[in-house]
Design a protein around this ligand. Sequence first.
Ligand SMILES: [Zn+2]
Length: 137
Amino acid sequence: MMKSYEELLKRAQAKLPEEKGSGERFEIPRVRTFVLGRTRTIIRNFKEIANALNRNPQHLMKFFSNEMATAGNLEETRATFQGKFRNDTFEHLLKTYIDNFVICPVCKRPDTRVVKEKRFSFLKCEACGAKSSVKAI
Ligand SMILES: [Zn+2]
């Protein structure tokens, strides 16, 4: 308890001069997709997107697969999904993902990370120190 309070204090003091992380500009790469054959859709820059969000690509992949009710496969920098999907489907899902798993509900900043405690996941905000519960995927 004491430690986290001290950390908070330090963070508060360091806030202005330091300004680390994405800060004011939160840039998400556009989703770049193409359809391969008749049955597969590929997001070329999947890894880049996950990195920009500071999230594990596997986590993002699981979210997409669940939401689209299809199987997905992660390969190096890109992701392949079974089925044909439009670009705006992905853009829309990505926005939902960001709202649920990236943006701090308290201060609305994206400087967060997911921490696991026992069976539960929390969104820990680096900017304001808030810890919020996140949905399990
Ligand atoms: Zn916050």
